[in-house]
Design a protein around this ligand. Structure first.
Ligand code: PMT
Length: 402
Protein backbone atom coordinates (compact mmCIF):
# COMPACT_ATOMS: atom_id res chain seq x y z
CA UNK A 1 0.00 0.00 0.00
CA UNK A 2 2.28 2.74 -1.33
CA UNK A 3 -0.25 5.49 -0.72
CA UNK A 4 -1.31 4.50 2.80
CA UNK A 5 -1.28 7.49 5.14
CA UNK A 6 -0.90 10.09 2.36
CA UNK A 7 -3.18 13.16 2.20
CA UNK A 8 -4.85 13.84 -1.14
CA UNK A 9 -7.25 16.61 -2.11
CA UNK A 10 -9.74 15.38 -4.71
CA UNK A 11 -11.13 18.23 -6.82
CA UNK A 12 -14.33 17.35 -8.68
CA UNK A 13 -15.42 19.59 -11.56
CA UNK A 14 -18.80 19.63 -13.26
CA UNK A 15 -18.91 17.07 -16.03
CA UNK A 16 -20.85 13.83 -16.48
CA UNK A 17 -17.77 11.88 -15.31
CA UNK A 18 -18.13 13.53 -11.87
CA UNK A 19 -20.03 10.43 -10.71
CA UNK A 20 -16.77 8.45 -11.18
CA UNK A 21 -15.22 10.54 -8.38
CA UNK A 22 -17.03 8.18 -5.99
CA UNK A 23 -15.07 5.18 -7.32
CA UNK A 24 -11.77 7.10 -7.24
CA UNK A 25 -12.36 8.33 -3.69
CA UNK A 26 -13.43 4.83 -2.58
CA UNK A 27 -10.32 3.19 -4.10
CA UNK A 28 -8.01 5.70 -2.45
CA UNK A 29 -9.74 5.38 0.94
CA UNK A 30 -9.41 1.57 0.72
CA UNK A 31 -5.65 2.04 0.22
CA UNK A 32 -5.47 4.04 3.46
CA UNK A 33 -5.33 7.49 1.82
CA UNK A 34 -6.93 10.39 3.64
CA UNK A 35 -9.09 12.12 1.03
CA UNK A 36 -10.75 15.54 1.25
CA UNK A 37 -13.10 16.47 -1.55
CA UNK A 38 -13.63 19.92 -3.05
CA UNK A 39 -16.50 20.20 -5.55
CA UNK A 40 -17.52 22.93 -7.93
CA UNK A 41 -21.16 24.04 -7.92
CA UNK A 42 -21.67 22.34 -11.32
CA UNK A 43 -20.20 19.04 -10.05
CA UNK A 44 -23.00 18.88 -7.46
CA UNK A 45 -25.51 18.60 -10.33
CA UNK A 46 -23.94 15.23 -11.19
CA UNK A 47 -23.14 13.73 -7.78
CA UNK A 48 -24.16 14.83 -4.28
CA UNK A 49 -21.65 16.01 -1.70
CA UNK A 50 -23.27 13.55 0.71
CA UNK A 51 -22.09 10.58 -1.40
CA UNK A 52 -18.45 11.75 -1.34
CA UNK A 53 -18.68 12.78 2.31
CA UNK A 54 -19.89 9.30 3.25
CA UNK A 55 -17.09 7.62 1.28
CA UNK A 56 -14.30 9.82 2.62
CA UNK A 57 -15.63 10.43 6.15
CA UNK A 58 -14.84 14.13 5.68
CA UNK A 59 -17.13 17.04 5.05
CA UNK A 60 -17.10 18.05 1.38
CA UNK A 61 -16.29 21.71 0.70
CA UNK A 62 -17.49 23.76 -2.22
CA UNK A 63 -18.22 27.26 -0.98
CA UNK A 64 -15.60 29.95 -0.37
CA UNK A 65 -17.83 31.85 1.99
CA UNK A 66 -19.38 29.28 4.33
CA UNK A 67 -18.76 30.67 7.82
CA UNK A 68 -16.39 28.37 9.70
CA UNK A 69 -14.22 28.34 12.79
CA UNK A 70 -10.46 27.94 12.26
CA UNK A 71 -8.34 29.39 9.43
CA UNK A 72 -9.04 30.39 5.84
CA UNK A 73 -10.58 27.41 4.01
CA UNK A 74 -8.52 27.44 0.81
CA UNK A 75 -5.21 28.17 2.51
CA UNK A 76 -5.79 25.45 5.11
CA UNK A 77 -6.72 22.88 2.47
CA UNK A 78 -3.71 23.84 0.35
CA UNK A 79 -1.39 23.37 3.33
CA UNK A 80 -2.99 20.06 4.28
CA UNK A 81 -2.78 18.19 0.96
CA UNK A 82 0.32 16.35 -0.27
CA UNK A 83 -1.11 16.05 -3.78
CA UNK A 84 -4.07 17.54 -5.60
CA UNK A 85 -6.02 15.24 -7.91
CA UNK A 86 -8.54 16.90 -10.19
CA UNK A 87 -10.87 14.25 -11.59
CA UNK A 88 -12.75 14.92 -13.70
CA UNK A 89 -11.17 18.14 -14.95
CA UNK A 90 -13.42 20.03 -17.36
CA UNK A 91 -12.24 22.43 -20.08
CA UNK A 92 -13.46 25.20 -17.79
CA UNK A 93 -11.28 24.35 -14.76
CA UNK A 94 -8.28 23.69 -17.03
CA UNK A 95 -8.82 27.10 -18.66
CA UNK A 96 -9.08 28.83 -15.29
CA UNK A 97 -5.91 27.13 -14.06
CA UNK A 98 -3.99 28.14 -17.18
CA UNK A 99 -5.18 31.75 -16.79
CA UNK A 100 -4.53 31.90 -13.04
CA UNK A 101 -8.19 32.54 -12.21
CA UNK A 102 -9.53 31.72 -8.73
CA UNK A 103 -13.25 32.46 -8.69
CA UNK A 104 -14.53 29.51 -6.64
CA UNK A 105 -13.15 27.26 -3.90
CA UNK A 106 -11.63 24.64 -6.24
CA UNK A 107 -9.80 27.08 -8.54
CA UNK A 108 -8.65 29.15 -5.56
CA UNK A 109 -7.15 26.15 -3.76
CA UNK A 110 -5.31 25.16 -6.95
CA UNK A 111 -3.78 28.65 -7.04
CA UNK A 112 -2.69 28.37 -3.40
CA UNK A 113 -1.28 24.84 -3.84
CA UNK A 114 2.47 24.39 -4.43
CA UNK A 115 2.74 20.58 -4.44
CA UNK A 116 2.05 18.11 -7.27
CA UNK A 117 -1.25 18.55 -9.12
CA UNK A 118 -2.53 15.66 -11.25
CA UNK A 119 -5.17 16.71 -13.76
CA UNK A 120 -7.48 14.11 -15.36
CA UNK A 121 -9.41 15.73 -18.21
CA UNK A 122 -12.82 14.39 -19.25
CA UNK A 123 -15.01 16.19 -21.78
CA UNK A 124 -16.59 16.07 -25.21
CA UNK A 125 -14.08 15.05 -27.90
CA UNK A 126 -14.40 18.30 -29.89
CA UNK A 127 -13.85 20.33 -26.74
CA UNK A 128 -10.81 18.21 -25.87
CA UNK A 129 -9.30 18.67 -29.32
CA UNK A 130 -10.05 22.41 -29.35
CA UNK A 131 -6.69 24.17 -29.85
CA UNK A 132 -7.46 26.50 -26.94
CA UNK A 133 -7.91 23.56 -24.57
CA UNK A 134 -4.80 21.86 -25.98
CA UNK A 135 -2.82 25.09 -25.59
CA UNK A 136 -3.95 25.34 -21.95
CA UNK A 137 -2.93 21.72 -21.29
CA UNK A 138 0.49 22.34 -22.87
CA UNK A 139 1.00 25.53 -20.89
CA UNK A 140 0.14 23.80 -17.60
CA UNK A 141 2.31 20.75 -18.45
CA UNK A 142 5.20 23.12 -19.10
CA UNK A 143 4.71 24.55 -15.62
CA UNK A 144 5.00 21.08 -14.08
CA UNK A 145 1.31 20.09 -13.74
CA UNK A 146 0.79 16.38 -14.41
CA UNK A 147 -1.86 15.23 -16.89
CA UNK A 148 -3.39 11.85 -17.64
CA UNK A 149 -4.71 11.67 -21.17
CA UNK A 150 -8.39 10.80 -21.39
CA UNK A 151 -9.35 7.41 -22.81
CA UNK A 152 -10.98 7.00 -26.22
CA UNK A 153 -14.37 5.49 -26.94
CA UNK A 154 -18.06 6.35 -27.10
CA UNK A 155 -18.69 9.38 -24.92
CA UNK A 156 -21.81 10.31 -22.93
CA UNK A 157 -22.64 12.92 -25.61
CA UNK A 158 -22.82 10.14 -28.24
CA UNK A 159 -19.61 11.13 -30.04
CA UNK A 160 -16.55 8.90 -30.37
CA UNK A 161 -12.92 9.77 -29.57
CA UNK A 162 -10.71 10.88 -26.69
CA UNK A 163 -12.58 12.46 -23.78
CA UNK A 164 -13.35 9.69 -21.29
CA UNK A 165 -11.97 10.02 -17.77
CA UNK A 166 -8.91 7.72 -17.48
CA UNK A 167 -9.57 4.45 -15.61
CA UNK A 168 -9.36 4.66 -11.81
CA UNK A 169 -6.48 2.15 -11.71
CA UNK A 170 -4.41 4.36 -14.04
CA UNK A 171 -5.15 7.47 -11.96
CA UNK A 172 -4.16 5.73 -8.72
CA UNK A 173 -0.97 4.30 -10.30
CA UNK A 174 0.04 7.77 -11.51
CA UNK A 175 -0.62 9.23 -8.08
CA UNK A 176 1.62 6.54 -6.61
CA UNK A 177 4.44 7.44 -8.97
CA UNK A 178 4.03 11.17 -8.30
CA UNK A 179 3.98 10.75 -4.54
CA UNK A 180 7.12 8.65 -4.76
CA UNK A 181 7.87 6.22 -1.94
CA UNK A 182 8.71 3.15 -3.93
CA UNK A 183 7.57 4.96 -7.08
CA UNK A 184 7.89 3.78 -10.66
CA UNK A 185 11.72 4.00 -10.55
CA UNK A 186 11.91 2.05 -7.26
CA UNK A 187 14.88 -0.33 -7.27
CA UNK A 188 16.67 1.48 -10.14
CA UNK A 189 20.21 2.69 -9.57
CA UNK A 190 20.86 5.91 -11.44
CA UNK A 191 24.07 7.80 -12.07
CA UNK A 192 23.50 11.43 -13.07
CA UNK A 193 26.01 14.15 -13.91
CA UNK A 194 25.39 17.90 -13.70
CA UNK A 195 27.06 21.26 -13.94
CA UNK A 196 30.24 22.45 -15.64
CA UNK A 197 33.80 21.26 -15.24
CA UNK A 198 36.63 23.66 -14.42
CA UNK A 199 39.95 23.22 -16.16
CA UNK A 200 42.79 25.07 -14.37
CA UNK A 201 45.16 27.35 -16.26
CA UNK A 202 47.39 27.83 -13.27
CA UNK A 203 46.97 27.86 -9.49
CA UNK A 204 44.40 30.70 -9.53
CA UNK A 205 42.59 30.66 -12.91
CA UNK A 206 40.46 28.22 -14.84
CA UNK A 207 38.38 27.89 -18.01
CA UNK A 208 34.82 26.66 -17.68
CA UNK A 209 31.35 27.13 -19.21
CA UNK A 210 27.96 28.59 -18.31
CA UNK A 211 26.29 25.45 -16.96
CA UNK A 212 24.48 26.14 -13.66
CA UNK A 213 23.70 22.48 -12.92
CA UNK A 214 19.92 23.19 -12.91
CA UNK A 215 19.12 20.61 -15.60
CA UNK A 216 21.07 17.74 -14.03
CA UNK A 217 19.88 18.60 -10.51
CA UNK A 218 16.26 18.58 -11.75
CA UNK A 219 16.78 15.06 -13.16
CA UNK A 220 18.38 13.88 -9.91
CA UNK A 221 15.58 15.36 -7.77
CA UNK A 222 12.81 13.90 -9.94
CA UNK A 223 14.52 10.48 -10.03
CA UNK A 224 14.86 10.40 -6.23
CA UNK A 225 11.22 11.46 -5.82
CA UNK A 226 10.20 8.59 -8.09
CA UNK A 227 12.05 6.11 -5.92
CA UNK A 228 15.41 5.67 -7.71
CA UNK A 229 18.66 5.27 -5.83
CA UNK A 230 20.59 8.28 -7.16
CA UNK A 231 24.27 9.22 -7.25
CA UNK A 232 24.81 12.72 -8.65
CA UNK A 233 28.30 13.59 -9.85
CA UNK A 234 28.34 17.36 -9.85
CA UNK A 235 30.73 20.00 -11.11
CA UNK A 236 31.00 23.26 -9.12
CA UNK A 237 27.51 24.83 -8.86
CA UNK A 238 25.61 27.12 -6.48
CA UNK A 239 22.68 24.74 -5.91
CA UNK A 240 21.64 22.79 -2.79
CA UNK A 241 21.81 19.02 -3.22
CA UNK A 242 18.34 17.52 -3.72
CA UNK A 243 16.91 15.52 -0.77
CA UNK A 244 17.73 11.82 -0.78
CA UNK A 245 20.49 12.08 -3.41
CA UNK A 246 24.15 11.14 -2.84
CA UNK A 247 26.28 13.90 -4.31
CA UNK A 248 29.93 13.54 -5.35
CA UNK A 249 31.55 16.90 -6.11
CA UNK A 250 34.30 17.13 -8.74
CA UNK A 251 36.05 19.97 -10.55
CA UNK A 252 37.77 18.81 -13.70
CA UNK A 253 36.65 16.53 -16.54
CA UNK A 254 39.26 13.98 -15.48
CA UNK A 255 37.88 13.97 -11.92
CA UNK A 256 34.35 13.59 -13.30
CA UNK A 257 35.55 10.67 -15.43
CA UNK A 258 37.06 8.93 -12.39
CA UNK A 259 33.97 9.51 -10.22
CA UNK A 260 31.62 8.29 -12.96
CA UNK A 261 33.74 5.18 -13.52
CA UNK A 262 33.62 4.36 -9.80
CA UNK A 263 29.82 4.28 -9.88
CA UNK A 264 29.23 2.93 -13.39
CA UNK A 265 29.54 -0.78 -12.59
CA UNK A 266 26.55 -0.95 -10.26
CA UNK A 267 24.20 1.46 -12.04
CA UNK A 268 21.26 0.63 -14.32
CA UNK A 269 20.83 4.06 -15.86
CA UNK A 270 23.18 6.97 -16.68
CA UNK A 271 21.98 10.50 -17.47
CA UNK A 272 24.81 12.83 -18.49
CA UNK A 273 23.54 16.39 -18.27
CA UNK A 274 26.95 17.83 -17.31
CA UNK A 275 28.67 20.26 -19.65
CA UNK A 276 32.10 18.62 -19.71
CA UNK A 277 35.02 20.63 -21.07
CA UNK A 278 36.26 19.02 -24.28
CA UNK A 279 39.79 20.35 -23.66
CA UNK A 280 42.03 20.99 -20.71
CA UNK A 281 44.97 23.31 -20.48
CA UNK A 282 48.49 22.12 -19.82
CA UNK A 283 48.31 23.73 -16.38
CA UNK A 284 51.27 25.57 -14.96
CA UNK A 285 52.13 25.63 -11.28
CA UNK A 286 51.95 29.04 -9.60
CA UNK A 287 50.38 32.09 -11.27
CA UNK A 288 51.03 32.88 -14.93
CA UNK A 289 52.82 36.23 -15.01
CA UNK A 290 51.38 39.14 -16.96
CA UNK A 291 53.57 40.17 -19.91
CA UNK A 292 53.50 42.48 -22.92
CA UNK A 293 53.49 39.66 -25.50
CA UNK A 294 50.47 37.46 -26.41
CA UNK A 295 50.09 34.40 -24.23
CA UNK A 296 49.59 31.07 -25.97
CA UNK A 297 47.80 28.27 -24.11
CA UNK A 298 48.07 24.71 -25.32
CA UNK A 299 44.85 22.73 -25.01
CA UNK A 300 44.78 18.97 -24.94
CA UNK A 301 41.65 16.86 -25.41
CA UNK A 302 39.78 15.55 -22.37
CA UNK A 303 38.39 12.03 -22.36
CA UNK A 304 34.88 11.76 -23.82
CA UNK A 305 33.19 10.27 -20.76
CA UNK A 306 29.87 9.54 -22.45
CA UNK A 307 31.52 7.71 -25.35
CA UNK A 308 33.64 5.69 -22.93
CA UNK A 309 30.49 4.61 -21.03
CA UNK A 310 28.65 3.93 -24.29
CA UNK A 311 31.36 1.44 -25.30
CA UNK A 312 30.76 -0.52 -22.08
CA UNK A 313 27.03 -0.03 -21.73
CA UNK A 314 25.74 -3.63 -21.67
CA UNK A 315 22.04 -3.53 -20.70
CA UNK A 316 22.23 -0.13 -19.07
CA UNK A 317 20.14 2.75 -20.36
CA UNK A 318 22.45 5.61 -21.31
CA UNK A 319 21.10 9.08 -21.91
CA UNK A 320 23.30 11.98 -22.96
CA UNK A 321 22.61 15.62 -23.68
CA UNK A 322 23.73 17.75 -26.61
CA UNK A 323 24.24 21.49 -26.35
CA UNK A 324 24.09 22.82 -29.91
CA UNK A 325 23.88 26.17 -31.65
CA UNK A 326 22.88 24.86 -35.12
CA UNK A 327 21.72 21.67 -36.90
CA UNK A 328 20.29 20.49 -33.60
CA UNK A 329 18.52 17.34 -34.70
CA UNK A 330 21.18 16.05 -37.16
CA UNK A 331 23.99 16.54 -34.68
CA UNK A 332 22.01 15.01 -31.84
CA UNK A 333 21.29 11.84 -33.84
CA UNK A 334 25.00 11.69 -34.78
CA UNK A 335 25.93 12.02 -31.10
CA UNK A 336 23.50 9.26 -30.10
CA UNK A 337 25.17 6.97 -32.68
CA UNK A 338 28.79 7.97 -32.04
CA UNK A 339 28.55 7.89 -28.27
CA UNK A 340 26.49 4.70 -27.91
CA UNK A 341 23.59 6.50 -26.18
CA UNK A 342 19.99 5.24 -26.23
CA UNK A 343 18.74 8.81 -26.24
CA UNK A 344 20.22 12.27 -26.62
CA UNK A 345 18.35 15.20 -25.10
CA UNK A 346 19.34 18.02 -27.43
CA UNK A 347 18.91 21.70 -26.63
CA UNK A 348 19.68 24.68 -28.83
CA UNK A 349 21.42 26.85 -26.25
CA UNK A 350 20.89 30.01 -28.31
CA UNK A 351 17.08 29.90 -27.95
CA UNK A 352 15.52 32.08 -25.25
CA UNK A 353 14.20 29.86 -22.44
CA UNK A 354 16.56 26.99 -23.35
CA UNK A 355 19.97 25.76 -22.27
CA UNK A 356 22.27 27.31 -19.70
CA UNK A 357 21.20 28.76 -16.36
CA UNK A 358 17.47 29.29 -17.04
CA UNK A 359 14.71 27.35 -15.23
CA UNK A 360 13.14 26.13 -18.49
CA UNK A 361 14.34 24.22 -21.51
CA UNK A 362 13.27 23.41 -25.07
CA UNK A 363 14.51 19.95 -25.99
CA UNK A 364 14.42 17.44 -28.81
CA UNK A 365 14.67 13.74 -28.03
CA UNK A 366 17.00 12.16 -30.62
CA UNK A 367 17.48 8.40 -30.97
CA UNK A 368 20.25 6.40 -32.67
CA UNK A 369 17.74 5.04 -35.24
CA UNK A 370 17.31 8.60 -36.53
CA UNK A 371 13.95 9.41 -34.89
CA UNK A 372 13.57 12.86 -33.34
CA UNK A 373 10.76 14.12 -31.08
CA UNK A 374 10.60 17.89 -30.46
CA UNK A 375 9.19 18.99 -27.10
CA UNK A 376 7.66 22.38 -26.23
CA UNK A 377 9.15 24.89 -23.77
CA UNK A 378 8.76 23.49 -20.26
CA UNK A 379 10.37 23.77 -16.83
CA UNK A 380 13.54 21.74 -16.31
CA UNK A 381 11.59 19.81 -13.69
CA UNK A 382 8.88 18.87 -16.23
CA UNK A 383 11.59 17.90 -18.77
CA UNK A 384 13.30 15.80 -16.10
CA UNK A 385 10.09 13.79 -15.69
CA UNK A 386 9.77 13.36 -19.47
CA UNK A 387 13.34 12.00 -19.54
CA UNK A 388 12.55 9.60 -16.69
CA UNK A 389 9.45 8.38 -18.56
CA UNK A 390 11.85 7.61 -21.42
CA UNK A 391 14.05 5.63 -19.03
CA UNK A 392 11.08 3.37 -18.28
CA UNK A 393 10.23 2.97 -21.99
CA UNK A 394 13.84 2.24 -22.95
CA UNK A 395 14.15 -0.36 -20.19
CA UNK A 396 10.97 -2.02 -21.41
CA UNK A 397 12.44 -2.12 -24.93
CA UNK A 398 15.53 -3.82 -23.42
CA UNK A 399 18.05 -1.11 -24.35
CA UNK A 400 21.18 -2.92 -25.48
CA UNK A 401 23.28 -1.53 -28.27
CA UNK A 402 26.61 -2.11 -26.62
O1 PMT B 1 23.34 23.24 -16.23
P1 PMT B 1 22.28 24.15 -16.83
O2 PMT B 1 22.61 25.61 -16.64
O3 PMT B 1 20.88 23.79 -16.37
O4 PMT B 1 22.30 23.96 -18.42
C1 PMT B 1 21.87 22.75 -18.97
C2 PMT B 1 22.82 22.28 -20.10
C3 PMT B 1 22.75 23.25 -21.27
C4 PMT B 1 24.27 22.18 -19.57
C5 PMT B 1 22.31 20.84 -20.51
O5 PMT B 1 20.99 20.95 -20.95
C6 PMT B 1 23.19 20.26 -21.60
O6 PMT B 1 23.00 20.47 -22.78
N1 PMT B 1 24.20 19.45 -21.17
C7 PMT B 1 25.23 18.87 -22.08
C8 PMT B 1 26.25 19.91 -22.42
C9 PMT B 1 27.34 19.33 -23.30
O7 PMT B 1 28.43 19.13 -22.84
O8 PMT B 1 26.97 19.03 -24.52
P2 PMT B 1 27.97 18.38 -25.64
O9 PMT B 1 27.13 18.37 -26.87
O10 PMT B 1 29.26 19.08 -25.66
O11 PMT B 1 28.21 16.91 -25.10
C10 PMT B 1 27.38 15.83 -25.48
C11 PMT B 1 27.30 14.80 -24.36
O12 PMT B 1 28.60 14.25 -24.13
C12 PMT B 1 26.84 15.34 -23.01
O13 PMT B 1 26.00 14.38 -22.41
C13 PMT B 1 28.13 15.51 -22.22
O14 PMT B 1 27.89 15.33 -20.82
C14 PMT B 1 29.00 14.41 -22.79
N2 PMT B 1 30.43 14.70 -22.79
C15 PMT B 1 30.94 15.73 -23.50
C16 PMT B 1 32.30 15.96 -23.53
C17 PMT B 1 33.15 15.11 -22.80
N3 PMT B 1 34.45 15.30 -22.78
N4 PMT B 1 32.63 14.09 -22.09
C18 PMT B 1 31.30 13.87 -22.07
O15 PMT B 1 30.82 12.94 -21.41
Amino acid sequence: MILAGRRVILGVAGGIAAYKAAEIAGTLVKQGVEVRVIMTRAAQEFITPLTLQTITSHEVASDMFTPRSGGVAHIEAARWGEAFLIAPATANIIGKMAAGIGDDLLSTIVLAFDRPVLVCPAMNVTMYKNPVVQRNIQALSALGYYFIEPGSGRLACGEEGPGRLAPTAEIVARLESILGGSGDLGGLKMLITAGPTREPLDSVRYISNRSSGKMGYAVAKAAAERGADVVLVSGPVALSPPDGVNVVFVETAQEMHLAVNRHFEWCDVVVKAAAVADYRVQAQPGKIKKGATPLTLTLEPNPDILRDLGERKGRRVIIGFAAETEQLETRAVEKARNKGADLIVANDVTRPGAGFDVDTNIAVFAYPDGRTVPLPLMTKSALAHRILDQVLDLREDGADNG
